[in-house]
Write a protein that binds this ligand. Structure first.
Ligand code: FAD
Length: 456
């Protein structure tokens, strides 16, 4: 295998030392595996040749961007070849007039955004991991982020892709135009977690930067009041760009590391951002403040300078990292519920923490009803680890039972396969397996991910 792959990409782009196999055996989830080797392709042609070889030989292929996914999507649970896209990281075209860009999959999300800022344009999806996550990984997970409340998630911004199928053939799905005829293969591929096809180019929608932005911090003495404010704002017909919530434990961790200016005695804070035309923005902000007041807000502060705004966002975007100061490990449960059910579901989530004697911190996309309870633990304590998996599964069941679902943006990967039955019937799963069979009958691409292999 190593000889064949070396012929395709050169010796320096095939990794197989013991250290490499350990490093590429995990991602940001709790799972671990071991690949047979890692390959760093430099072009679509090379990807195609690697996949043709793997297809002939029955070897699994695991596409990988930065390995920051939180559900075990890049863990090589059955060995195989990890295709790491760090060399395919170029912006191929910036078409401002048509508001499109074409990129390779290995480019970091924030690198694209920074380039677009020079033109006064923006690619909207903004996972908190954007400094290091890749657009290929965002494509694989259909990633979200704070601004996805107003602008939609990754699938609303990927219009087409060049894709290597599991037999190595290269096809083009979608394109620069909207509403392409035929089946919406782009829609099926976005969020398929590397199980259906490997993207080697992506066509993205970009937008002009909004004229004005207003960022506010609302401080609460109870989680319920913060939750009710979220429903109140949306029910009033206002769609802010972001509506993010952090609870007391998260605020403590953030303040100890990032010093964002969140009061440590608050039970919850909401980070609310408006963007759009300057005209009318102050009136909208006043309406939001009024809704906050009706829901017993302690204080609402608006960022007065860009530095203050950046500081508030540093607190939100650095929250997952900051949590690591409290315990060595955490499990993020990425459930979604109808936002009117947020206060009640949050109470039940905290009861799960008490039942298992595990601390839970909350930092999440409240406007989308997308919860992220972070269960804190130490993986060296095997009993605690077992409890964490049970608690995580119970939290997802609570979300499903509240009319929600088991993933808002982090995917299913290895972690949530058995929970798929919380939201899908065996028939639903069988229909999805037919799609998998059509794209990848030999089960080469990321085997053992997303779809349960056993019955409910
Ligand atoms: C601190 C932190 C904060 C986070 N915040 C958010 C957030 O706000 N919102 C959010 O949605 N996620 C978030 N995430 C999760 C993660 O960053 C996203 O899922 C991200 O999109 C993964 O990008 P990646 O490059 O690391 O992809 P990887 O983890 O390497 O891969 C993700 C999936 O995509 C597949 N894949 C990779 N490249 C390709 C390709 N070229 N073609 C087809 N499939 C491919 C992989 O096989 C895998 O299934 C966060 C993670 C961390 C650690």
């Amino acid at each position: 295998m190593i000889e064949e792959l070396t012929r395709i990409v050169g010796k320096e782009n095939v990794l197989s030392s013991e250290t490499d196999l350990l490093l590429y055996g995990y991602d940001a989830s709790l799972f671990k595996g071991r690949p047979d080797c890692i390959v760093l392709p430099g072009s679509t042609e090379e990807v195609s040749k690697i996949v043709k070889f793997a297809h002939r030989s029955g070897i699994p292929i695991i596409g990988r961007g930065s390995g920051t996914n939180l559900s075990g999507g890049t863990v090589p649970t059955r060995g195989g070849i990890v295709l790491h896209f760090s060399r395919m990281n170029q912006i191929l075209e910036i078409d401002i007039e048509n508001e499109r860009v074409v990129v390779e999959p290995g480019i970091f999300t924030l690198v694209l955004k920074n380039r677009l800022a020079r033109y006064g344009f923006v690619y909207q999806p903004d996972p908190a991991s954007e400094k290091v996550s890749t657009l290929g990984g965002n494509f694989g997970e259909n990633s979200g982020g704070p601004h996805c409340l107003k602008y939609g998630v990754t699938t609303n911004h990927i219009l087409g892709a060049e894709v290597v199928l599991s037999d190595g053939e290269v096809v083009q799905v979608g394109g620069k135009t909207l509403d392409n005829p035929g089946f919406d293969l782009t829609g099926i591929l976005v969020g398929s977690e590397g199980t259906l096809g490997i993207a080697t180019k992506l066509v993205l929608r970009i937008m002009p930067k909004p004229e004005a932005v207003k960022t506010m911090l609302a401080i609460y003495n109870t989680l319920e009041d913060a939750g009710r404010t979220v429903s109140g704002i949306i029910a009033d017909g206002i769609v802010p760009a972001t509506l993010e919530m952090l609870d007391r434990l998260t605020i403590k961790a953030v303040e100890e590391s990032v010093h964002a200016g969140f009061p440590q005695d608050a039970e919850a804070v909401l980070l609310i951002e408006l963007d759009g035309l300057k005209d009318g923005m102050e009136r909208l902000a006043e309406r939001i403040m009024e809704i906050c007041r009706k829901n017993n807000v302690r204080e609402v502060k608006a960022a007065k300078t860009e530095a203050e705004r950046t500081q508030l966002w540093a607190g939100r975007k650095g929250a997952f990292g900051a949590i690591s100061r409290l315990r060595p490990n955490y499990l993020v449960c990425d459930g979604t519920v109808p936002r009117t059910r947020l206060p009640e579901v949050l109470t039940k989530v905290m009861e799960v923490g008490k039942k298992y004697n595990l601390a839970i911190a909350n930092v999440f996309h409240a406007g989308d009803g997308n919860l992220h309870p972070l269960i804190l633990f130490d993986e060296r304590n095997k009993e605690e680890l077992r409890k964490v998996h049970s608690a995580g599964s119970e939290i997802l069941k609570i979300c499903a039972d509240a009319g929600g679902t088991i993933s808002g943006e982090h995917g299913i990967g290895t972690e949530k396969i058995k929970e798929m039955f919380f939201v899908f019937s065996p028939r639903d799963i069988a229909a999805m397996k037919k799609v998998k069979m059509a794209f990848d009958p030999e089960n080469i691409y990321n085997p053992g991910k997303v779809l349960p292999e056993v019955e409910a």
